[in-house]
Design a protein around this ligand. Structure first.
Ligand code: UDP
Length: 246
């Protein structure tokens, strides 16, 4: 791992990767990339590369795990062994179990769970390359994979982190800011503006915390635009396909 930089923000207010403090990393995504999943999304955000796949809704076995009045959502966040500098031991860890739990909960306010009692929706988020902010990147990709699978939802979920370096709040942490910064606050926000995930590592004042939420909402608004555009592009293309008459 590289050393802590002397300064994270230069005299022009630019960060080590040239971004302003309120600027997110470049993001691109594509849906429908896996033919055997019901929905899928490949997302690149800065140097993060994530593949999300959704299976379901389908009947849950064993039946004793079924919920009588709603669908069960399962979410697995997993880092590939080769996704980080030091090889990661395959299999679940405390970190991946925690991230899977909070990410699943981030979708609970939007998925219309009552429509599929007794069924299960499986969401897999595979981190192929990690460079800070993978839980939020995975949520953005999973949201698109759920939409691609046609899962009825009130809206999409967008996620981003705010952190603190050199005494200033910064949007969408890069690796150095994540590793050596003073705070890291990942959030997920529904398209209706509800915060469905918020975690915090490090210290910020109450004022900073409020400002961090506002910065994150703005970041998520930008991500939501990219997500909506991606969906529109795919489904407009489908509209253009001519359906042969008999
Ligand atoms: N990381 C790593 N090895 C690990 C876990 C994380 O190298 O076992 C790196 C990875 O680049 C990740 C970053 O540390 O993106 C920050 O990890 P954190 O736990 O803060 O989660 P994230 O910011 O990815 O959601």
């Amino acid at each position: 791992m590289s050393d802590k930089p002397e300064k994270f923000i230069d005299e022009n207010g630019l960060r080590l990767d040239g971004r302003r403090i309120d600027e997110i990393r470049p993001m691109k995504m594509e849906i429908g990339v896996l033919s055997r999943a019901d929905g899928s999304c490949y997302l690149e955000w800065g140097k993060n590369k994530i593949l999300a796949a959704v299976y379901g809704p389908r009947e849950l076995h064993p039946r004793r795990l079924q919920k009588a009045d709603s669908v069960l959502i399962r979410y697995r966040y997993n880092m590939a062994a080769f996704s980080v500098e030091d090889r990661i031991r395959p299999g679940p860890s405390r970190r991946s179990t925690e991230i899977s739990k909070v990410s699943r909960e981030a979708f609970e306010p939007v998925v219309l769970t009552h429509l599929y009692p007794g069924a299960v929706i499986d969401v897999f988020a595979e981190v192929l390359q990690a460079d800070a902010g993978t839980r939020t990147a995975a949520i953005n990709a999973a949201s698109m994979a759920l939409a691609d699978a046609g899962i009825p939802m009130k809206g999409l979920v967008s996620a981003c982190a705010v952190g603190k370096v050199d005494g200033q709040l910064v949007l969408d942490l890069n690796k150095a800011e994540d590793n050596f910064g003073d705070a890291d606050i990942p959030m997920a926000i529904t398209s209706e503006g509800e915060i469905s995930l918020i975690q915090m590592d490090g210290d910020v004042t109450q004022e900073e915390f409020k400002k961090a939420i506002e910065m994150c909402k703005e970041g998520c608004r930008q991500i939501l635009e990219i997500q909506k555009e991606t969906l529109k592009n795919k489904f407009t293309k489908l509209d253009e396909v001519e359906i042969p008459e008999d």
